[in-house]
Design a protein around this ligand. Structure first.
Ligand code: ZN
Length: 841
């Protein structure tokens, strides 16, 4: 150990020649003594904080070492990332509090329950959740957590002791371990001994897809409400376990910016957030200002950023009686970079994060009772409000897709929202709800405001600018039936043990097996069946057989002339049913009411080999959503074809290539475009998303007529131009379209309306032949979210989907994102229909 340390210090000295030597003192408050038994970061990780970008494994090693050395810190692993990295949490408080930590937590939670009126907040610790670098390439936060955790463990004297007595700090050193690791690799491998601030240096421009996102390229700072990713699941579990009073989220922004702390834009706060939340945020802000003044750092607040979408880390707490705070530091991206504010060093960015981590707990200590009282009042107020409400709850479900309804209930479960089974099958407002495939959510429970935030539709806004999406209404995202209810008469037992769904095969058949296409996991099942080399067909018309109705798209697996014998096939299908939560019916005859099982109206389905374009020119978020869908939901192989390698790749074995969208009509170069066209003409299916429309149009994959707006600014000043243009952005809203259910793109949908998520302004004219418009926006399609008046005109009766033949192949276009952020379960099937049934279109 000693030897390693010597080498490490030597290395520091050599590098020190090239720059001002960094020491831990640069970050730490002055005139405090530190416990010498606590190891400093450099002793453990081999470099000073800010000298290199810390990798996640070193970060973890340091935090584990600290927890061993300090009686103020315990550490736990709450799960692992997709790449198997532990998701850590440090609990930091006085040694005395640690002895009693479970009781402290229980008392803290009791403050938000009924009967909390007599609790004395003056005697209760405040709970602060501090999280860092949810965007992996915004690394100053995680690097600051090294120095900050050291400070919390080692600082001596009455000031820190009083703080730790009065609070419990939940320290999450890396919200995004996989992204942090990816970025550290980039910044470190491009670091020169002679640090070079030239912004053109490779060090400051990462390769695709960059370290911002997690393994499947998700922006995890949009997943706090949908909770679809393992990192978020760990975080949200901790959040609800503790209900922290303050949650901070340390980010970075552009290199030329200074430092931002919330509150953000006052006009862009979600209306469900109480006003006093923002007042407390402002008061906490005075502590950040004071601390940054002291070290001479420039900063701003009440601009740019907002508190609207509850899927963000700094906004999610606001609907839970907590106070979420966003920090944004101008990024050095690598180790040192020139900026409008002079040379910006990595240590400087780390110091600002460290400083505001400290000012956060300063504020928490001084405002402790006030903030605890606010939290108690929040839960009392919303409970009283719910008790007075005429709406007693929501019912939701899909009588033909239990899995989709189950996954929506799963989100409620993760947020500790209580829900009930249905007492019986029931019809409400004309929609049939089936026991086992539907749920009732009473609003008279702990956090009715959170339920409202998930279920409400909103179409009027005080501002027309949004930092992120303007709508996320969950039952629309899932395309389930739902209704507000004024009585809980149909509610069955509360579900306290939320179990996976059951499956079945009704028996062994000698003739055929059938399953309808509606269930969420049917593509997974079909893929498994085709991969096994079995023959399967899909019904192009509805029929009924042995007392059961089968809709468009029903899958039929004949028993005879298969690779497996009768018993083997039955056993295999039992496995398939179980993995995909399906009920498969064994039938004994082919004679139906409607098309018989031997009819030509059953089309054979081929095994699909799908590739997706990724790399330069392609939007990584959209590509990652599709990769995640195939890999984690449907267990389907998906080849990630890099645009860089396209010219040398043999495409002939792919049945489908997905183009997720990217940098418009130039996202693929001309020769590769010609290569892809040739592949389509020879029988391939190309599936494009969003602005792939422009590329399709330019290179004549399909002829598109786009509806363009002709908006001209009148009485708009130069200063107002940004807001004027911003108001035309459709940042993310939900629109209703009608479906022609007989078209294969819509197989598996039981309703003749669908809710689509859109975040583009591409409006396609409908075809003059109605049968070519299987999905068409209604005359008044806005269901939830913001769209400008001009765009609201353009979207009327336009179409979000087109398909045409080119040579032997097919060109398919979706202008909307059907796979949005892994929680838009309701439209995932459209992509699967394009893949499995594209040839029938
Ligand atoms: Zn960020």
């Amino acid at each position: 150990m000693k030897k390693i340390l010597v080498i490490a210090f030597l290395a520091i000295n050599v590098i020190g020649l090239a720059q001002e030597k960094i020491t831990l003192d640069y970050y730490l408050p002055k005139n405090i003594s530190y416990d010498e038994s606590i190891p400093i970061p450099a002793e453990v990780i081999g470099h000073e904080v800010g000298e290199w970008h810390v990798t996640h494994d070193k970060l973890m090693f340091y935090m584990q070492t600290l927890a061993k050395a300090s009686n103020r810190i315990t550490i736990e692993t709450r799960g692992e990332t997709f790449e198997g990295r532990p998701i850590l949490l440090l609990t930091v408080t006085s040694a005395k509090n640690h002895q009693n930590i479970d009781q402290i937590r229980k008392d803290h939670i009791a403050l938000t329950e009924s009967g909390s009126g007599n609790m004395n907040t003056a005697e209760m610790p405040i709970v602060v959740y501090q999280g860092f670098s949810i965007h992996g390439n915004e690394p100053s936060g995680s690097n600051a957590s090294l120095a900050y955790a050291y400070y919390l463990a080692a600082a001596q004297g009455p000031e820190i002791e009083a703080k730790l007595d009065n609070m419990v700090i939940l320290l999450d050193p890396s919200f995004n371990p996989d992204g942090l690791q990816r970025f550290a690799y980039w910044a470190n491998t491009n670091r020169s001994i002679n640090l070079n601030p030239d912004k053109n240096d490779r060090e400051y421009s990462e390769v695709w897809p960059g370290g911002r996102t997690n393994h499947y390229w998700f922006d995890m700072n949009r997943d706090w409400l949908p909770v679809q990713l393992p990192e978020s699941r760990a975080r949200i579990k901790t959040f609800h376990k503790w209900l922290p009073n303050i949650l901070t989220d340390h980010h970075e922004m552009g290199t030329n910016s200074t430092f931002f702390f919330q509150p953000g834009e006052p006009t862009r706060v979600n209306p469900l957030t109480p006003k006093i939340n923002q007042e407390l945020t402002t008061e906490i802000g005075t502590y950040h200002a004071k601390a940054l003044d002291k070290i001479g750092s420039l900063y701003y607040s009440e601009e740019n950023y907002d508190d609207y979408y509850y899927g963000k880390g700094s906004t999610f707490p606001d609907v839970n009686g907590s106070i979420g705070i966003l920090f944004e530091q101008g990024s050095s991206r690598g180790h040192i970079q020139e900026s409008e504010n002079g040379i910006l060093t990595f240590p400087f960015t780390i110091r600002n994060q460290f400083t505001t981590a400290l000012s956060t707990i300063e504020a928490a200590e001084n405002m402790r009772s006030k903030i605890l009282d606010y939290q108690r009042k929040y839960y009392t107020d919303i409970k009283n409000e719910a008790a007075r409400s005429k709406t007693k709850g929501y019912v939701f479900g899909d009588s033909k897709d239990a899995s989709k309804a189950w996954h929506l209930a799963e989100i409620l479960n993760r947020h500790q929202i209580k829900f009930h089974d249905l007492a019986n099958d029931v019809t409400i407002s004309g929609k049939a709800y089936k026991k086992g495939a539907g749920y009732i959510v009473p609003i008279n429970q702990k956090n009715p405001r959170l339920i409202q935030a998930m279920f409400e539709k909103r179409t009027t806004f005080t501002d027309s600018l949004f930092y992120d999406i303007s709508a996320w209404t969950f039952p629309l995202a899932f395309n389930v039936d739902y209704a507000e209810i004024t009585s809980l008469a149909n509610a069955g037992a509360q579900i306290t043990d939320f179990k996976p769904l059951k499956s079945s095969v009704s028996g062994q058949s000698t003739y055929a097996y059938l399953f309808e296409w509606n269930e969420y996991y049917t593509p997974k099942a079909l893929n498994r069946i085709l991969e096994k080399g079995l023959r399967a067909k899909t019904a192009k018309s509805p029929f009924s057989l042995q007392g059961k109705n089968y809709d468009y798209g029903t899958i039929m697996i004949p028993v005879q002339n298969q690779k497996l014998d009768g018993k083997e096939l039955y056993d295999f299908l039992k496995e398939v049913a179980e993995e995909s939560y399906l009920n498969i019916n064994a039938v004994s005859t082919g004679l139906t009411k409607g098309i018989d099982l031997g009819s030509n109206d059953f089309d054979p389905i081929k095994k699909q080999q799908v590739a997706i374009l990724v790399g330069d020119g392609i939007r990584s978020y959209d590509a990652g959503e599709i990769w995640h869908l195939f890999d984690t939901r449907y267990q389907m192989k998906l080849t990630k074809l890099d645009t860089r390698d396209l010219s040398g790749s043999d495409l002939s074995h792919y049945t489908d290539i997905i183009v997720p969208g990217g940098w418009g009509s130039n996202m693929v170069n001309k020769s590769n475009t010609e290569k892809l066209k040739k592949w389509v003409k020879e029988g391939g299916t190309i599936i494009g998303y969003r602005n792939t429309a422009n590329w399709f149009n330019k290179y004549e994959f399909m002829k598109l007529e786009m509806k363009k707006d002709t908006l001209i600014a009148k009485n708009i000043s130069f200063e107002e131009r940004r807001d004027f243009l911003g108001a035309q952005v459709t940042g993310g809203a939900i629109f209703e379209a009608k479906l022609d259910r007989s078209h294969p793109i819509n197989f598996g949908y039981k309703n003749d309306k669908i809710s689509l998520f859109r975040n583009t302004n591409i409006y396609l004219k409908a075809d003059k032949n109605s049968y070519n418009n299987p999905i068409q926006y209604t005359n008044s399609p806005l269901q939830s979210g913001y769209i400008s008046e001009e765009n609201a005109e353009l979207i009327k009766n336009s179409v979000p989907f087109k398909v045409n033949r080119m040579g032997q192949g097919k060109v398919i276009l979706f202008t909307d994102n059907t796979n949005f952020r892994a929680f838009w379960y309701g439209t995932n099937k459209l992509l699967m229909n394009a893949i499995f049934f594209g040839e029938m279109m």
